[in-house]
Design a protein around this ligand. Structure first.
Ligand SMILES: Nc1nc2c(ncn2[C@@H]2O[C@H](COP(=O)(O)OP(=O)(O)OP(=O)(O)O)[C@@H](O)[C@H]2O)c(=O)[nH]1
Ligand SMILES: [Mg+2]
Length: 264
């Protein structure tokens, strides 16, 4: 997996910063560990699977630490995953605006480069930290831990973690979230769940976005859901158009229900 796609890189290539702050800092605390991983990755043939397992195990341990922290502070953490451009940031912007502060929301933005998404979220009115992963194609639980330290989300709030747009690698990395939400836009074709089953299998909710475009496309909504259910028959669907606002009430109801359930 990531050993081949090149995203297991030293942490000093990752930057974490708040929107609106010019400075950014590198956290070198974990350089040694990753240097160690790389040594093994290039040690001799046949080691790569062991290294992957090691990286994923380390990630899972830290994810549990994050989960404990979120539980203790009553923070509902959601991991938003999708291919690039399905509308994750748009959904967050509209969610923040429609909630209007009624439910505190903080955001961690993951992208390889730029502060664009963090700036959009800040404009929408929520505290936000941007993680730039450099060559990395996913967030991991250590990046989330470091971003949370910077963000300091308040107790009894929702933490939205927008992952790097990618339907493959993010599926392998538990961030300590309570729920994983996969966003699929109707412009992507119906068969994405079959082509990228891990992402749909590891998610609990599937938001189908851009339904305002359905009249212009051949997209078969029922077929898309059928394919998604083939890989995960527990998956729940919420159809929305972030642009027109259709379906936003169902999404916000789901979100409020999750907050209530987490409290209970
Ligand atoms: N027609 C239509 N366009 C939408 C909708 N939601 C988002 N878009 C558009 O889709 C494009 C991508 O939206 P983003 O919110 O940036 O997508 P993203 O998933 O955050 O993208 P990355 O962070 O790059 O992965 C933008 O041009 C949005 O305006 C929708 O419901 N309908
Ligand atoms: Mg985005």
């Amino acid at each position: 997996m990531c050993d081949t796609c090149g995203c297991t890189q030293p942490d000093d290539a990752v930057t974490i910063r708040k929107a609106g702050e010019e400075h950014h800092h590198h956290d070198h605390a974990h350089d040694h560990d990753h240097a160690h991983d790389h040594a093994h990755a290039h040690d001799h043939e046949g080691r790569s699977i062991a290294v992957e397992t090691d990286i994923l195990q380390k990630n899972n341990l830290l994810a549990e630490r994050n989960r404990g922290y979120f539980l203790a502070k009553n923070i509902l953490a959601l991991n938003l995953v999708s291919s690039p451009g399905s509308g994750k940031t748009s959904l967050l912007e509209r969610t923040i605006r429609e909630l209007g502060g009624g439910l505190p929301v903080a955001v961690i933005e993951g992208d390889q480069q730029t502060m664009n998404d963090a700036n959009r979220i800040r404009e929408a009115g929520a505290p936000v930290v941007q993680v730039n992963t450099g060559n990395g194609c996913h967030l991991d639980s250590d990046m989330v831990l470091r971003a949370v330290r910077e963000l300091q989300p308040e107790e009894n709030s929702v933490l939205m973690i927008e992952n790097v747009g990618n339907l493959v690698c993010p599926s392998l990395f538990d961030l300590g979230e309570a729920r994983r939400v996969v966003i699929m836009s109707v412009t992507e074709g119906e068969d994405k769940p079959l082509k990228y089953p891990n992402m749909f299998r590891s998610s609990q909710v599937c938001v189908i976005n851009k339904i305002d475009l359905l009249p212009h496309l051949d997209y078969d909504l029922e077929k898309a859901k059928e394919y998604a259910l083939q890989v995960n028959h527990h998956l729940r669907f919420i159809e929305v158009s972030v642009k027109s606002g259709e379906g936003m009430d169902a999404w916000l109801t789901w979100l409020r229900d999750e907050v209530a359930a987490a409290k209970a």
